[in-house]
Design a protein around this ligand. Structure first.
Ligand code: PRT
Length: 292
């Protein structure tokens, strides 16, 4: 693989086809990287950064990063931990959220993991499951399956399953209920533990910085509003911005214009309160990059 790649560039592995693929490409674009890809999604080159991209199966990415075949990878943290990969986790990426849960059939007499002692549990995550249950001093027989884990109780393969879930609909359709959450996961950026090449290390740090700026930008909106001057103190307490808002006097006496950043998750709640206080002409804009 290395032969087809530029050795002066850093190489990033992302999932070839699956839940993380589009999010990973979107993240690169939000970080300002322009990607030229082949039609088959095997290799891609970045036009404005010394970066090559290879498209790989999710479960193979940690090994390729650990062994230095690629320099960095975007992968579910569940895979990194299950494989026990010796890599550095550089950044949680705020997508690919899921949790590894133990579930049993709705009509099962099992109500907690204690009831699973000496029973069988089917999973694609044997390491995570056995470590968790050992800590709780529960002894189970693990049946390792690579897919369709949710069918195992109905097929009498196991009394319970441990599988990833995000919306919960697969469990519901399979008549299963959750009795325990073992692990919360999201996609992460990983890098090789020891990078002996200073230039590559700098490029990786630079990329992490860009990803962080793109992530921060998504968490905030930029707002501009007009408000009565006597409400300024109250407004600043409510929307302090990154340090403090920019305040400019308006030609209308007793009024000011305020510019500030506001956290996306509190956006509507705060906008409503600002209106109640007397703010008007409120304009909200997306932020493209945010360097804090
Ligand atoms: O690339 P490769 O083919 O090797 O990997 P893969 O088959 O595991 O790919 P994919 O795309 O299914 O998963 C890639 C990564 O996405 C996982 O390693 C997780 O980090 C993350 N992720 C997030 C999930 C889910 N959500 C998820 N819901 N991975 C799998 N699922 C499966 C789960 O196993 C179950 O079958 O989706 C089903 C349940 O989903 P809900 O929405 O019905 O609860």
């Amino acid at each position: 693989m290395k032969n087809r790649l530029d050795s002066n560039n850093i190489t990033l592995a992302i999932q070839k086809k699956g839940r993380l693929t589009q999010y990973s490409i979107d993240l690169l674009e939000k970080a300002g990287l322009v990607i030229d890809t082949d039609g088959q999604k095997l290799y891609a080159k970045c036009r404005n950064f010394p970066l090559d991209i290879v498209f790989i199966r999710d479960e193979d990415i940690p090994y390729l990063v650990e062994t230095g075949v690629v320099d960095i990878g975007i992968v579910g943290n569940n895979v990194v931990v299950e494989i026990n990969a010796l890599v550095d986790t550089r950044l949680p990426l705020d997508f690919g959220y899921c949790r590894l849960v133990i579930a049993v059939q709705n009509d099962s007499s099992v109500s907690s993991i204690r009831d699973l002692n000496n029973k069988k549990i089917a999973t694609s995550y044997p390491r995570l499951v056995s470590q968790y249950l050992q800590k709780k001093k529960i002894s189970v027989e693990i049946i390792q399956l690579n897919g369709s884990v949710e069918l195992s109780p109905a097929l009498n393969i196991a009394s319970a399953i441990a599988d990833l879930t995000s919306t919960g609909s697969t469990l519901a359709i399979s008549d299963l209920r959750i009795i325990e959450t073992l692990f919360e996961s999201q996609a992460v950026l990983i890098s090789q533990k020891k990078i002996n090449n200073n230039k590559k290390q700098r490029l990786i740090d630079n990329l992490v910085f860009r990803f962080q700026a793109a992530q921060n930008a998504q968490k905030y909106k930029y707002i501009m509003m007009n408000a009565p001057q006597d409400k300024l103190k109250q407004i600043i307490t409510m929307v302090p911005g990154l340090k403090s808002p920019t305040v400019t006097p308006l030609t209308t006496k007793g009024w000011v214009s305020i510019q500030t950043a506001i956290q996306e998750d509190a956006f509507w709640e705060k906008i409503q309160k600002l209106k109640q206080i007397g703010a008007s002409g409120i304009i909200a804009l997306p932020i493209e990059k945010l360097i804090t």
